[in-house]
Design a protein around this ligand. Structure first.
Ligand code: NAD
Length: 489
C-alpha cells in the first residue's frame, strides 16, 4: 500500500495519526494518509509564521519570488502525468481530465510568477506642502488555504500562486478525500527551492484540522473552497483571528438555451457542463432552462448523448464518466434523485448505478424533466452527473427561472441573437456568464460567485492584491518645529 506524508517546515513526516484512502473506482483502500490534529496544525502555522520574517524568504526580491514560481510551474508541467494518475487514483476523476487540467495548472503558476514584481505601491499627491506620502504593498501574512476533493491541484494553484507572488507564507490543507496529489506536489515545492516553512501542505478532517487552522491566531488570511455549510463554520472561526476571508462555494448554475441557438453545438456544451468531471464541478451547469418550443428536441439530443457516454475505469483514456469520489457522495445523489422522482420529476435517462461496476462508486449520467415540479434536484447542489430540465417562454421567464436560486456562481446563455445575449449577460445573477460556450477557465480571468456561491475572486489581477495589505507612510520634509500639537494636521 502507498503511504503519503505531511510537508511541514521543509520536512516530510508521516505524523502521529494516519487514515486510509479509498480508490473510488474499486472501493478498496489503496493508500495511507497522514492525519493532522490540533498540535500538528499549531506547529505548522508557527512554522509558516516564522518563515514570513525569515530573511531567506523576506529578503528575496519580488523578481526572485517570481523565478521560484516559474520553476514550480516547470516542475508541475514536467510531472503532470504522475500527478494526474495520483489524482485519478485517489478521487476517481478521469485521467483525460486530470492530465489536461494539471498541465494547465502550470500556466496558473506562470501567470502569478509574472505578476510577482508588478505589485506596486504608490506615491500619493498629498494635499499638505511638507509631506511625502506613499503606500507600501506588503504580504498580508500567513495564509490558510483549504480545498475540497475535486481539482485539488487547480484549486491550490489559485491560492498558492497569488499568495507566494505577494510574499506570504501558506498552510495548505488538502481535502481528507483524495489528498494524494497535493501531498505529492509538496515534493515539487521543495525541489523548486522555496525556503522551509513558506509552503506547508497537510491534510486532515474538519473538526480537528480545518477548524483549528481557520481559527489560529497567527493566520491573517483564509482562502476557502468548499460547501456553503462548511463556509459558515470558517467564517465563525475567522471571528477569532479576524482574518480576511474569501469563499469559493458551490452553485446550481443555469444554462439558458433559446430556440435560435445551434442546438447540436449547444448539446455538446450542456454535456460538458454537467457530465464532465462526473458532475463534480462547482460550475456544473446542473439546471437546463430551455425555450419550450425546442425543449423536446433538445432533451432528445441530450438523452442520446448521455446514453452513449463511456462509463469506465477512470485511468483508461477512453473513459468519459468515472466514479464519484466517495460512496457518501453517490448515496447523496441517489437519495436526491429518489426524492425528485417522488416529487413528480420524470426520468429521461440514467437514474441508477450502471451495471458492471458493483465495486466502485458509480452513478449513470442522469437527466430529469422537472418542468412544473418542485424537484429537489433542481434546487440543491448535487455535485454529480444529474441534469434537471426546466422550460420557459420568453426572456423574462428565462431570467426569472435562472435567478431563482440562492447561488450565483456560473451560468450559460445559448442564442444566436447578439442583443439578447447582452441583455441576458446584464440580468443574470452570477459571477461568470458563458455565452455560446461553457466551462472555460483561465488564470487571467477572475473566478467567483454571488450570494451563496461565495465572496471574493480567484484568478486575475484582483486576486493577487487580495494577498497584500497596504501600509501608508507619512514622512515630514520640513525642518521647522512641529506647529500646534493640539490641531490635527
Ligand atoms: P466541504 O465544505 O465538505 O470541505 C471542503 C474542505 O473544508 C475540506 O478540506 C474539509 O476538510 C474542510 N473542512 C471541513 N470542515 C471544516 C471546518 N469546520 N473548518 C475548516 N475547514 C473544514 O466541501 P466538499 O464536500 O469537500 O466539496 C464540495 C463543495 O466544494 C461543493 O459545494 C462545491 O461546489 C464546492 N467547490 C467550489 C469551488 C469554487 O471554486 N467555487 C470549486 C470546487 C468545489
Amino acid at each position: 500500500m502507498r503511504s503519503f506524508e505531511h510537508y511541514i517546515d521543509g520536512t516530510f513526516s508521516a505524523g502521529t495519526q494516519q487514515f486510509e484512502s479509498v480508490n473510488p473506482a474499486t472501493g478498496e483502500t489503496w493508500a495511507l494518509m497522514p492525519r493532522a490534529g490540533a498540535e500538528d496544525v499549531d506547529r505548522t502555522v508557527k512554522a509558516a509564521h516564522r518563515a514570513l520574517s525569515d530573511p531567506a524568504w523576506r529578503n528575496l526580491t519580488a523578481t526572485q519570488r517570481g523565478k521560484l514560481l516559474y520553476k514550480l510551474a516547470d516542475l508541475v508541467a514536467a510531472n503532470a502525468q504522475t500527478l494526474a494518475e495520483l489524482e485519478t487514483a485517489d478521487t476517481g476523476k478521469i485521467i483525460r481530465e486530470t492530465s489536461a487540467q494539471i498541465a494547465y495548472v502550470a500556466e496558473y503558476y506562470r501567470y502569478y510568477a509574472g505578476l510577482a514584481d508588478k505589485l506596486q505601491g504608490a506615491h500619493l499627491p498629498i494635499d499638505k506642502p511638507d509631506m511625502e506620502v506613499w503606500l507600501r504593498r506588503e504580504p498580508i501574512g500567513v495564509v490558510a488555504a483549504i480545498v475540497p476533493w475535486n481539482s485539488q491541484l487547480f484549486l491550490a494553484a489559485v491560492k498558492l500562486g497569488p499568495a507566494l507572488a505577494a510574499g506570504c507564507s501558506v498552510v495548505l490543507k488538502a481535502s481528507e478525500d483524495g489528498p494524494a496529489p497535493l501531498l505529492a506536489f509538496a515534493k515539487l515545492v521543495q525541489e523548486a527551492g522555496f525556503p522551509p516553512g513558506v509552503v506547508n501542505i497537510i491534510t486532515g478532517f474538519g473538526p480537528d484540522c480545518g477548524s483549528v487552522l481557520t481559527s489560529h491566531p497567527l493566520v491573517s488570511r483564509i482562502a476557502f473552497t468548499g460547501g456553503p455549510e462548511t463556509a459558515r463554520h470558517v467564517m465563525r472561526n475567522a471571528a477569532n483571528n479576524l482574518a480576511h476571508v474569501t469563499l469559493e462555494l458551490g452553485g446550481k448554475s443555469p444554462v439558458v438555451v433559446f430556440g435560435d441557438a445551434d442546438l447540436d453545438s449547444t448539446a455538446n456544451a450542456v454535456v460538458a457542463g454537467i457530465f464532465a468531471a462526473t458532475g463534480q464541478s462547482c460550475v456544473a451547469g446542473s439546471r437546463l432552462i430551455v425555450e419550450r418550443r425546442v425543449k423536446d428536441q433538445m432533451v432528445q439530443k441530450l438523452a442520446a448523448k448521455a446514453k452513449a457516454i463511456r462509463i469506465g475505469d477512470p485511468q483508461d483514456r477512453a473513459t468519459e464518466v468515472g466514479p464519484l469520489a466517495t460512496a457518501r457522495q453517490r448515496d447523496h445523489i441517489e437519495a436526491v434523485v429518489a426524492q425528485s422522482l417522488s416529487a413528480g420529476a420524470k426520468l429521461v435517462c440514467g437514474g441508477a448505478r450502471p451495471e458492471g461496476f458493483a465495486k466502485g462508486f458509480y452513478y449513470s449520467p442522469t437527466i430529469l424533466d422537472c418542468d412544473g415540479v418542485n424537484s429537489p434536484s433542481a434546487e440543491k447542489e448535487l455535485f454529480g452527473p444529474v441534469l434537471s430540465v426546466l422550460s420557459f417562454d420568453g426572456e423574462q421567464e428565462a431570467i426569472r427561472i435562472a435567478n431563482d436560486t440562492p447561488f450565483g456562481l456560473a451560468s450559460g446563455v445559448f442564442t444566436s441573437n447578439l442583443s439578447r445575449a447582452h441583455r441576458m449577460v446584464r440580468d443574470i445573477h452570477a459571477g461568470i456568464v458563458w455565452v455560446n460556450t461553457y466551462r472555460a477557465v483561465s488564470p487571467i480571468v477572475p473566478f467567483g460567485g454571488f450570494g451563496m456561491s461565495g465572496t471574493g475572486r480567484e484568478g486575475g489581477l484582483e486576486s493577487v492584491l487580495d494577498y497584500t495589505r497596504t501600509k501608508s507612510v507619512w514622512l515630514r520634509t520640513s525642518d521647522d518645529p512641529i506647529p500646534d500639537p493640539f490641531v490635527m494636521r
